[in-house]
Design a protein around this ligand. Structure first.
Ligand code: NDP
Length: 329
């Protein structure tokens, strides 16, 4: 079994030195356990937070501990009544190639529903984040304007498409022309903004002549400062992520837009996808239906090779990924 462990905690941007690759003998499952061959690893921004030794919603990784996270694999040996050899499963065993896992902590993946890696993408954690954050908090109505930041990524791309399904006008903000071209040409976004090359306040005003009713925030920082200026009365702002701040050593004080929220009676609400765990079973079939009907498309950025997982992770902070970042083991 090969596994990545946390070797040290990063100071700012993480580097390869923060990771150590260990090779050890493959274990034998005991009663209730399964041996898994990992096929895909999920690479996610929240992992950056877990590398810090600070109190947050997810427990910090321990130094020397396996780098945790979502993965998909095939059962190669089972001593759990619910699984047999050959079953596809998904779970949180992290960055390791042949783990022995408690069978109660994995879930079966139906390979006939969609390609198996979508269980950690559009039909998994990121897709569910988009679904619940947008529909439960954002509540877009027909004809309203929805702005999504981080629009070219795993969550943002799904947010924009669901908002389109609900009849909203959708504006995506990303940091690359390639991403923006995909969003407008393939996914039908109504307008796109490149925060690296466009002047934000002007581009936003031009793209949102009727103001902003829903702002789905994946990034925070200056991008969000600019969008907040355009919020309409009774706007809704699901705070999903703040990736622009994850590697900042000395965060600036803020936000300073609270008076705006008051006068525009806007709702700003942070959320975590696991809050909605008991409703996943209602969301997944609905999204799978949209996939089947071609109303929802997905894109994956797949890096091949287990040993490349740290580099795939670093790429999230420089915007290398169009769509969900995966590692094919
Ligand atoms: P993405 O697939 O969107 O990948 C991250 C993207 O963020 C990059 O491709 C990059 O795109 C953009 N980015 C990186 N640095 C910056 C920056 N400084 N300013 C602006 N954009 C930046 O990741 P996910 O879709 O998985 O996650 C999106 C957000 O949602 C993250 O903030 C994440 O933490 C959060 N999240 C929250 C969950 C919850 O339960 N609340 C669950 C899952 C995710 P670009 O080219 O545009 O710069």
């Amino acid at each position: 079994n090969q596994r990545f462990v946390l070797a040290s905690r990063p100071d700012g941007m993480p580097t390869r030195d923060n990771f150590e690759l260990k090779t050890e003998e493959v274990g034998t499952p005991k009663e209730g356990e399964v041996l898994i061959e990992t096929l895909y690893l999920s690479v996610d921004p929240y992992m950056r937070g877990r590398m810090n030794d600070s109190k947050s919603y997810a427990k910090p990784y321990e130094i020397g501990g396996t780098f945790g996270g979502g993965a998909v694999g095939r059962v190669t040996e089972s001593r759990h009544a619910s699984y047999k050899e050959g079953d596809t499963v998904q779970g949180g065993w992290g960055w390791q190639t042949h783990p022995v896992v408690n069978g109660d902590q994995v879930v079966k993946v139906d390979p006939d529903l969609a390609p198996i890696q979508t269980s950690i993408g559009v039909l998994g954690m990121p897709g569910l984040t988009a679904y619940f954050g947008l529909l439960d908090i954002g509540q877009p109505k027909e004809g309203e304007t929805v702005v999504v930041s981080g629009a070219g990524g795993a969550v943002g791309m799904v947010v924009g498409q669901i908002a389109k399904i609900k009849g909203a006008r959708v504006i995506g903000i990303s940091g690359s022309e390639e991403k923006n071209r995909y969003l407008s040409e393939e996914l039908g976004f109504d307008a796109v903004i490149n925060y690296k090359t466009d002047s934000l306040p002007e581009a936003l005003e031009k793209a949102c002549p009727d103001g902003v009713d829903v702002y789905f925030d994946n990034v925070g920082g200056e991008i969000s400062d600019a969008v907040f200026q355009l919020l309409n009365s009774n706007a809704r702002v699901p705070i999903c992520g703040q990736i622009s701040q994850y590697n900042v050593k000395n965060p600036e004080p803020g936000p300073r837009f609270l008076p705006l929220l008051l006068t525009r009676t806007a709702l700003v609400k942070g959320f975590l996808v696991n809050q909605y765990q008991d409703r996943y079973s209602e969301a997944i079939p609905e999204m799978a239906g949209w996939l089947k009907d071609g109303k929802l498309k997905y894109k994956e950025n797949v890096i091949e090779g287990f040993d490349k997982a740290p580099e795939a992770f670093f790429g999230l902070f420089s915007g290398e990924n169009l769509g969900k970042q995966l590692v094919k083991v």
